[in-house]
Each structure stands twice: as structure tokens, then as C-alpha cells.
Ligand binder design. Sequence first.
Ligand code: TYC
Length: 133
Amino acid sequence: MRLPDQTTSAPNGPGQPPKAAREDRGGQGDNGGGSKFDTGTITRTKPKTQRPNLYRVLLLNDDYTPMEFVVLVLQDVFNKTREDAMQVMLHVHNKGVGECGVYPYEVAETKVTRVMDTARKNQHPLQCVMEKQ
Ligand code: TYC
């Protein structure tokens, strides 16, 4: 014989999501009983590893932007040496796309904006994009 259990028979209050939806989806805590002392605060027992969301900033090739302009942008915006800037520029020129660096979201966004603004001001069609790593 099957007795009614707490989990399935507990009524949901008005406007409350189903009980399962109110609890930690991770299921690691031991406070899921919902006693009258339940504060609704869920304590994670297993520390979650925090990784920053990193974004690759990529430069795209085109037929019109002067090589020297790209090298100067790589030095100025991405703090590359002239030699490294030349190497990245030639890589983009030959392969079509190349990585300028990997950064947290807001840093990557600022660099993309700086490249695009500088290119537009100088009337070059240079394109710079970011993608989640
Ligand atoms: N292909 C360009 C030229 O021949 C040079 C260039 C390199 C343009 C890299 C854009 O991201 C770029 N002048």
C-alpha cells in the first residue's frame, strides 16, 4: 500500500510555483524540508568553481584597410609590440580572421568599440568582433 507522502501531497499556496520549483535545482543542500524555520535561503554545500566569462576579440580581413593602419590599431588598442602587431595583421590578412586577445566581457566590448570607432573616423572598413570563448 502506498502512503501519501509530503512531497507530492503538499498543497501549493496561492500564486506559489510547484514545490520542486521553489527549491534549489542543484539539490545539494539539506534544508529542502521546508519546516516552519525555513528562511528560504539555500546554502550551497559544494563550492561552485567560478570562471570569468572570457571573450575572444577577433579582427576580420578586408581588401581596403591599409596594413600600417591595422598594425597601429593593434599596438594602440591591444598593447602589442610592433613585431606582434605585424604578425597578427599578417595572419588576418592571409587567413581572413585572427585573434587580438581574450578578455572579460566589458574589456572585450571596449576594445571592439575602440577599433570600430578608430576605423570609422579614418574611413576604413576594418571590422572587429567578439565571441564567447
Ligand atoms: N588586407 C588588407 C590589405 O591588403 C590588410 C588588412 C589586414 C586589413 C588585416 C584588415 O584586419 C585586417 N591592405
